[in-house]
Design a protein around this ligand. Structure first.
Ligand SMILES: Cc1cc2nc3c(=O)[nH]c(=O)nc-3n(C[C@H](O)[C@H](O)[C@H](O)COP(=O)(O)OP(=O)(O)OC[C@H]3O[C@@H](n4cnc5c(N)ncnc54)[C@H](O)[C@@H]3O)c2cc1C
Length: 416
């Protein structure tokens, strides 16, 4: 074992979770090697909606979403779809998801997530100041909009929960909404304005800038696919092609691919992917002033620094199916209805893999069979938001400190 104050640590996965964990560990004086099969920040962390959704802690596996799911599935432009050929494979996971949704611990799970989301904006402001890329973070409110009172009412319980925890949310009627965002379709009649949030103006550039800072302060990067993971004399071993890397500690932060890697150590974790899409319009030719979420169809538009990004959709079809053009077309149609006249010429399309556990909580803990292995994955719809706090917790676990938050809800044992 190395010196407790300066350990050799390998981090697998250079998405937002792995890069921030590696940066935090390197800042604390450890000797960190970050590995990724692809360019840093090119996985799910590249194409997300960029929202620092600090008040979106309500778990998606909830009675509310279970009730709405059949309606969502029936709508061609709805937020949810299943590749029916994948249904048999995903059935056990879906059953766990339903079970979790019906359990009585919704508040406890939500408030566990809130610990990870709440300080996101401040933490990013500090991290981006350190990495000289403060211009990538915008501190702002955001809008959740609805076509009718029914949609607005459906969100009322969730909004009350947020208010109970101190979030400031204004109820808006149609004239107030028009005044704030004149480009929005007149179809929207009601809105919630969620104050004191933030967003990232270019999520991939953010990961790149933080990665560059990690390298600038001495972090090492190896590009390669991890093929095997083992232990020898209490040291961790990672095999990439023909190379073997040894370290005192190992962090697995490979997003939706984490379960495949952990299986190499003999531990089976039921991790699914909620596939999501974006349509990015480089020259939208109209103006919005803040991110807006369609509260009925569950997609966002975010004013990024190089155009507007419409992002959302949950598709269950696993990690191997190709990008589904029908989902993209539905999202583009929704985009045009939300912002009539938006220019979608030269739009680019993207598919990303959200890593999701059935109870909508991530896994942040030490492996059950190896005290030198730390897991950090499964952040579903909130990985960008939760990454700074997750990275601090990973550093606590690696450095042998008592974690600064109660992380018992994120233990992997709940899934085994
Ligand atoms: C449409 C959409 C919109 C979203 N919007 C938001 C949002 O507004 N706000 C928010 O907070 N979150 C959002 N999310 C969720 C967020 O993007 C994810 O939770 C987050 O990016 C997950 O980060 P990660 O680092 O865990 O995974 P990833 O970014 O996927 O990184 C994992 C990395 O591991 C690497 N890897 C995998 N296997 C191996 C291997 N064997 N060897 C080496 N490397 C490997 C991959 O190459 C990849 O780079 C959104 C997601 C989607 C799909």
């Amino acid at each position: 074992m190395g010196d407790a104050r300066s350990l050799k640590v390998t981090v697998i996965g250079a998405g937002i979770i792995g890069v921030l964990s590696a940066l935090q560990l390197q800042r604390e004086g450890h000797q960190v090697t970050l590995i990724d099969a692809n360019k840093p920040g090119s996985g799910c962390s590249a194409g997300n909606a960029g929202i620092l959704a600090r008040s979106s802690f309500a778990p998606l596996s909830s009675p509310h979403s279970l009730l709405q799911a059949p309606g969502w599935l029936l709508k061609a432009n709805g937020p949810l779809s299943i590749n029916w050929r994948y249904l048999l494979r995903i059935l056990p996971w879906l059953l766990s998801y339903f079970n979790a949704g019906l359990r009585g611990d919704l508040r406890v799970r939500g408030e566990a997530l809130w610990q990870l989301t709440d300080q996101s904006v401040e933490m990013y402001q500090s991290l981006t100041a350190f990495a000289n890329c403060s211009e990538l973070i915008a501190r702002t409110d955001y809008l959740q909009v609805y076509r009718n009172k029914k949609g607005w009412r459906k969100a009322a319980g969730d909004m009350q929960w947020r208010r109970d925890l101190g979030f400031k949310i204004d109820d808006l009627d149609a004239p107030a909404l028009r005044l704030l965002e004149p480009a929005l379709s007149n179809a929207y009649q009601y809105a919630h304005l969620l104050r004191d949030h933030g967003y990232v103006k270019d999520p991939q550039a953010l990961v790149s800038a933080l990665f560059n800072k990690f390298c600038a302060i001495g972090g090492k990067y190896v590009q390669g696919e991890v093929l095997d993971i083992g232990q020898l004399h209490h040291r961790c071993q990672v095999t990439i092609d023909s190379e073997i890397l040894n370290s005192d500690k190992l962090v697995i932060a490979a997003g939706a691919f984490s379960a495949k890697l952990i299986k190499l150590t003999g531990v089976d974790i039921p991790l699914e992917t909620e596939r999501g899409y974006h349509v990015h319009c480089p020259e939208p030719q109209l103006n919005i002033s803040r991110p807006i979420m369609d509260g009925d169809l569950k997609f966002f538009v975010t004013p990024m620094r190089s155009g507007y990004r419409f992002a959302g959709v949950v598709e269950f079809a696993g990690l191997d199916a190709p990008l589904n053009l029908r989902r993209v077309a539905a999202l583009e149609k929704n985009a045009r209805q939300m912002l009539p006249g938006v220019n979608t010429k030269n739009a680019s399309y993207w598919l990303g893999f959200r890593p999701t556990l059935a109870d909508s909580l991530p896994v942040i803990c030490t492996a059950p069979d190896n005290p030198n292995l730390v897991y950090a994955f499964g952040h579903q719809h909130l990985g960008l938001t939760c990454a700074p706090m997750t990275a601090e917790l990973v550093a606590d676990l690696i450095s042998g400190r008592t974690p600064q938050l109660d992380i018992s809800r994120f233990a992997v044992q709940r899934l085994l």
